[in-house]
Design a protein around this ligand. Sequence first.
Ligand code: ATP
Ligand code: MG
Length: 412
Amino acid sequence: MKLDADKNPWLGAQSTRKLFAALPDDSARFVGGCVRNALLGEPVADLDIATTLEPADVAKMLKQAGFAIHETGIAHGTLTVVCAGTVFEITTLRRDVSTDGRRATVAFTKDWNEDAHRRDFTVNALYADLDGQVYDPTGQGLADIKTRKIRFVGDAQTRIEEDYLRILRFFRFAAWYANDQALDKDGLAACRDLQAGLKTLSAERVWAEIKKLLSAPYPFRTVNVMLVGGILETLLPEASNAEGLQLLCELEAKKVLEPDPYLRLMAMSGRDELATARLCKRLKMSNKEKTRLMHWAGDQTKLTPDMPEKETEIALYTAGRQVALDRAVLRAAGAGDKMDAWWHVYNKAKDWQWPSFPVTGKDLIALGIPHGPQLGKAMQALEALWIRSGFSVQKPQLLTAAKMLFRNLDGT
Ligand code: ATP
Ligand code: MG
């Protein structure tokens, strides 16, 4: 089996050739996602390279050839090279010395076979040299590519006990690449039996995997398998409504929407502030992620598809753009014969020229309103007035109103 160089321009790219030329013959091969995706006819993102050389030797040879090396992962045997916009991760062949369900202690090896057997899935343990020649040390990878089967290398249970993250990787790769009929039964049973181990993983690793799973083009069927196996409840007790995900995926297909893992997570939860706060905290989401989810969960603005145009605009402005979009698209997904009406609200939120409040703090200070809580209150009151008018009151009138308001606030 050989990779087609025409269909995989990264294989013959100048940066690739230069990198391989800097290393001795047969010392480096592509591995992992790039080989798997090239064989599946899926887009290739990053380029992982495995090598028989020790990291310090790789660093020396590549530096001599003029490459800039990032050595952040060198302790684990990985060097990163960025060349002509392409990221290469070059990792020395490894074998596990010991594992504890989360981290492995590894030793370097020169044996491709050993390296293959510590990798997670047969389709991830395929290697390719610069000519595109594919190597399959487990003897199952190429067959599993053909049937699009995600199968653990070796005994599924043992491999999961070495690293519980592999449960999530199993479902992630299944969601992206597997044939539904080919979900490996042993793998699935082991994931189900050992799911309690997920609780030992760091929130960051888990959340990163969930995002990748929920970014798959059509993750519903896999998520449903997770639901049936009880894994969804273990992983996301606050967001285990698989049916909500199904409805959103159907809408995405109908309306050609890009997959959005956050929206999909919302579709699997309820608009419940407490539960959402728990979810964000447990998964240690970033502030930006948390803000989007919490605003959506807590928004109290009345928004229905049958409101008059002006009222809709006032609701959109009050809710905020992202919240309005999220609420509308999720309602459209579950709305049955009201889908078009909610879709109209979504489009309105997307295309509407959001007006900007014409008065600034500076304007009010120029009127003599001092810095401090009064200024904030005055701004809020003026904005509320402006919103109620359907954004029609102009700046001069607002400033006149501000003067009156300040007199009242000031009590003079
Ligand atoms: P993609 O980059 O498209 O998400 P990938 O297969 O390249 O997919 P990476 O996370 O980049 O995934 O890992 C690169 C390779 O390293 C994998 O293909 C696999 O061979 C190996 N690998 C990564 N994580 C694990 C793990 N937890 N257990 C065993 N092998 C792993
Ligand atoms: Mg990769």
